[in-house]
Design a protein around this ligand. Structure first.
Ligand SMILES: *[C@@H]1O[C@H](CO)[C@@H](O)[C@H](O)[C@H]1NC(C)=O
Ligand SMILES: *[C@@H]1O[C@H](CO)[C@@H](O)[C@H](O)[C@H]1NC(C)=O
Ligand SMILES: *[C@@H]1O[C@H](CO)[C@@H](O)[C@H](O)[C@H]1NC(C)=O
Ligand SMILES: *[C@@H]1O[C@H](CO)[C@@H](O)[C@H](O)[C@H]1NC(C)=O
Ligand SMILES: *[C@@H]1O[C@H](CO)[C@@H](O)[C@H](O)[C@H]1NC(C)=O
Ligand SMILES: *[C@@H]1O[C@H](CO)[C@@H](O)[C@H](O)[C@H]1NC(C)=O
Ligand SMILES: *[C@@H]1O[C@H](CO)[C@@H](O)[C@H](O)[C@H]1NC(C)=O
Ligand SMILES: *[C@@H]1O[C@H](CO)[C@@H](O)[C@H](O)[C@H]1NC(C)=O
Length: 773
């Protein structure tokens, strides 16, 4: 039986359990949930006590002793809401943070290994937990020009600052993040102000984001201590970025580099936070100086861009991070000074940024949630989108549709979770500049706003969660484990992206993870590669098949366009040669590619335990017709499937080509090829994986090369970046018709040679969930 295109098995329940009315069986997605209004008395009173007892017994032993249990004095007699809440709080403190460390090579969370199902429960918002108070500012008719009267108004209003110390004490994540932010503030305090550095095509974006990151941190620390040394240090950074410090900061006419408008936007956001969060501390003179600088270098260029689409090119047909970041920065800047500004520019801009973001930024996800640029650009785009939505909500009482004009936007949280592999992102295409103030904390905001507890539960374990936004975006009533009930596989089928994510566990850093893509090669904001069929493979805590990332953004014509003869496609990291896919005739793929895909999954979900025993019949597969991506072929199909309870991977290419063909994979491993040439052992990070050619049985052999262009390739305007340590594993075949089958066997500890399976040869069109049993 052929694959089911919309393949999400019916055994694939919502994270909320079977019978969830918000779970859409045909799409496999969960629509946004309303907040649960009430819970039964049994849940209110019984659960915290039951969990306490079990966790007291298990966590102490398995997770390691974390607490002296000094708050653990709840009794079944405590009936009042306050008692229940304090009992829930003590449970949270007792369990602590799930991830025990993030100091792995890839900075990913390391989860405690436990089969205790009581410690980890289904994702939910627990109405017994201490919650944020309701915002007292609830305008009946929100108006973007009528902000709340109290300060701060951006993202963290005063009612939240008042509630925060108590919440910090009852939530181990908030406790930890607060500590880290204080530590970061201390570290930044003694650094000199950010030094102006013009970085060509990336402008002064790093500078802007670093200034923003510092200012957020200083302002947070001031509001948590009332120690004015943080205000003084903020002022030093403000003076510096205004060009009024002790060292020069850019040309007087255009200090924030309006030709690269992201820079202007991020500086405007930084000034907005300083102005608004420390409003009570600034003198009238200081406020006026900040407004003067922000208007001169930020909002005035913003108005020019927003009223001239040739200058503000990012306002038209730009469904990507540029539109989100630029509109967000101008919005934060305008909201911060609204009411104090006597020039009218803040009001004017707010009439331009909000409608434009609704038409562009809000559409930057396709209908399956995939961020249209790349998995790395998701960070920049969603940070801008979340900051703008959050600031509008807190300052004026509405997001004006930014969160729901695109009814599929919330799925971008699902996209991020599945793009995040066992070691790192499926980091196809360009990776973007340094992140600084861009994190994945939009997941905390979206988790709360879209009532998707698993988004917040996922992000709160990550190493980039600790920064001021998380303190206010995190809904502390969230509880449970993001992995509980979460399917191991997900297929993203929008024609623009078409990709698959398959894994053996959500909580084991050693897990198998395979992600593979087809999709189009144009319309991706020119951040993509010519990479239909490209894949990554993680196992045993390392990445065996990986990406080369961005080329040098300064290279001539790197971003020229995405037509077939664009110079962009002469750079090794962008051309088909530099991808983990099939190469025909040493030529780039056809930019007009429009692949089709098929897939299915056993629908395996992880349970509450961090230890998942994958059932024997658990599998997933995906295959694509990539013929339209190639010149000089009759057909090219590529499929991948998980075998042997997700311990092995089969990659199968069915090729009928009039031209020579290469199978290519980039790896950081040391490669050792057997004498016969049909098998290779890859060694990396103290682990091994064997890779074998199952078919064709004669003539196909492995070879290796460095990750460099062929000498016969056209020469790009400037040399490529080196790819030190990277080896290309290659199978070269002459023109012909093949079923090329390659088997990947990670050498799991405790698994002997006879435990590995050799799959039968089955044409892709006949693949099914049981075709390889
Ligand atoms: C714990 O509860 C017991 C019995 O109600 C009481 O005697 C004791 O003082 C309580 N301890 C704390 C620390 O509240
Ligand atoms: C936040 O962290 C700092 C530094 O560790 C600490 O001094 C402070 O008490 C914490 N705030 C709260 C409310 O716990
Ligand atoms: C903030 O502090 C944490 C903990 O020390 C550290 O890991 C992290 O790198 C710091 N962040 C930045 C941006 O310096
Ligand atoms: C700081 O000052 C404000 C205003 O006086 C006050 O409400 C707040 O409690 C103080 N915070 C601390 C940590 O002292
Ligand atoms: C910086 O100096 C200029 C020129 O004196 C002044 O107009 C502006 O207000 C100053 N801005 C800040 C933030 O100090
Ligand atoms: C925006 O995209 C639409 C649809 O593709 C196209 O018709 C229009 O010309 C584009 N506008 C600009 C200014 O590029
Ligand atoms: C090699 O390792 C580096 C550092 O972890 C990583 O960024 C890169 O993607 C890896 N390259 C490949 C081809 O796996
Ligand atoms: C695309 O960019 C290349 C340079 O990379 C240029 O030669 C070509 O004319 C451009 N095509 C279009 C349609 O802009």
């Amino acid at each position: 039986m052929a694959a089911n295109y919309n393949a999400v098995g019916t055994t694939n329940p919502s994270p909320y359990g079977s019978g969830d009315p918000y779970y859409n069986e045909s799409s496999g997605f969960i629509t946004p949930h309303p907040v649960k209004k009430s819970t039964s008395n049994w849940v209110k009173i019984g659960v915290p006590v039951v969990i306490l007892v079990i966790i007291g017994a298990v966590v102490g032993g398995v997770v390691g002793s974390r607490s002296s249990k000094n708050e653990n004095n709840s009794s079944s007699g405590s009936k009042g809401g306050a008692a229940a809440a304090s009992s829930a709080a003590s449970v949270k403190l007792e369990v602590g943070r799930f991830a025990t460390s993030t100091n792995s090579e890839f900075m990913i969370p390391v989860y405690p290994s436990t089969t205790n199902t009581a410690a980890f429960t289904a994702p939910t918002f627990n109405s017994n937990s201490l919650a944020w108070p309701k915002d007292p500012f609830q305008p009946s008719q929100p108006n973007v020009l009528q902000p709340r009267s109290d300060r701060p108004r951006l993202i963290a209003p005063s009612y939240k600052w008042q509630a925060l110390p108590t919440l910090i004490k009852s939530d181990p994540y908030l406790t930890g993040w607060n500590n880290t932010i204080f530590g970061n503030a201390t570290a930044y305090y003694s650094l000199p102000p950010v030094v102006y550095h013009m970085d060509g095509d990336s402008g002064i974006l790093d500078n802007a984001r670093e200034v923003k990151m510092r200012i957020k941190t200083f302002a947070y620390t001031f509001l948590m201590t009332n120690d004015t040394k943080w205000v003084d240090r903020t002022w030093v950074e403000i003076q510096n970025a205004a060009g009024n410090g002790t060292t020069p900061f850019g040309p007087d006419t255009d200090k924030w580099n309006s030709v690269h408008f992201l820079d202007v936007a991020e500086f405007s956001a930084a000034f907005a936070i300083a102005y608004d969060w420390l409003y009570s501390q600034w003198s009238d003179l200081q406020k006026s100086q900040m407004r003067t600088t922000m208007i001169l270098y930020g909002l005035q260029p913003g108005l020019t861009a927003s009223t001239n689409n040739n200058i503000g090119w990012w306002r038209t047909n730009t469904t990507g991070n540029w539109n989100c970041v630029c509109n967000s920065g101008l919005t934060l800047g305008s909201l911060a000074i609204l009411g104090d500004d006597t020039t009218g520019i803040a009001e004017q801009l707010l009439g331009l940024t909000v409608p434009n973001a609704l038409q562009n930024c809000a559409l930057a996800t396709v209908d399956d949630g995939t961020w249209a640029e790349t998995a790395n650009y998701w960070y920049f785009g969603t940070t801008g989108h979340a900051e703008m939505s959050s600031a509008l909500l807190t300052a004026t009482g509405s997001h004006y549709g930014l969160l729901d004009v695109n009814t599929n936007f919330y799925k971008t949280g699902i996209y991020h979770m599945y793009a995040f592999g066992a070691t790192s992102l499926f980091n196809y295409g360009d990776h973007g500049p340094n992140k600084f103030s861009s994190t994945a904390n939009s997941m905390l905001f979206y988790g709360d706003q879209y009532k998707q507890p698993q988004f917040a539960l996922f992000q709160r374990e990550q190493q980039d969660a600790a920064e001021p936004w998380s303190m206010f975006w995190y809904n502390p009533t969230v509880s449970g484990a993001f992995w509980d009930g979460t399917p191991l596989d997900h297929f993203f089928d929008n024609g623009l992206d078409q990709w698959a994510s398959m894994r053996s566990s959500w909580t084991d850093s050693q897990a198998l993870y395979v992600a593979i893509k087809a999709g189009k090669l144009q319309g991706l904001q020119t951040h993509n590669d010519l990479d239909a069929g490209d894949f990554v493979l993680d196992a045993l805590g390392t990445r065996w098949a990986g990406e080369l990332g961005s080329g040098d953004y300064l290279s001539p014509d790197y971003f020229s366009n995405d037509t077939q003869n664009s110079v962009r496609w002469l750079y090794y990291r962008k051309m088909t040669e530099g991808q983990n896919t099939i190469l025909v005739n040493q030529a780039n793929q056809n930019v007009l590619a429009a692949p089709t895909v098929q897939h299915d999954t056993s629908g395996t979900v992880q349970g509450s335990s961090t230890v998942l025993n994958v059932p024997k019949d658990s599998t997933a597969y995906w295959y694509a017709d990539l013929t339209s991506a190639y010149f000089g072929v009759t057909s090219v199909m590529r499929g991948v499937r998980l075998l042997n309870a997700r311990k092995q991977v089969l990659l199968q290419d069915e090729i009928n080509s009039q031209n020579p063909v290469q199978w290519r994979m980039h790896t950081n491993a040391t490669v050792s090829i057997t004498n016969s040439g049909t098998s290779a052992t890859l060694s990396l990070d103290g682990q091994q994986m064997t890779v074998s050619i199952l078919s064709p049985t004669n003539g196909a052999q492995f070879s290796t090369s460095e990750a460099v262009r062929f000498p016969t390739d056209p020469t790009p305007p400037v040399p490529d970046q080196a790819n030190p340590g990277v080896t290309v594993l290659i199978i070269s075949l002459p023109a012909g018709t093949y079923s090329l089958q390659v088997l990947f066997n990670p050498q799991w500890s405790g698994m002997s040679a006879s435990d590995f399976v050799t799959p039968p040869s089955v044409p892709l069109a006949s693949w099914s969930l049981t075709s390889h049993n």
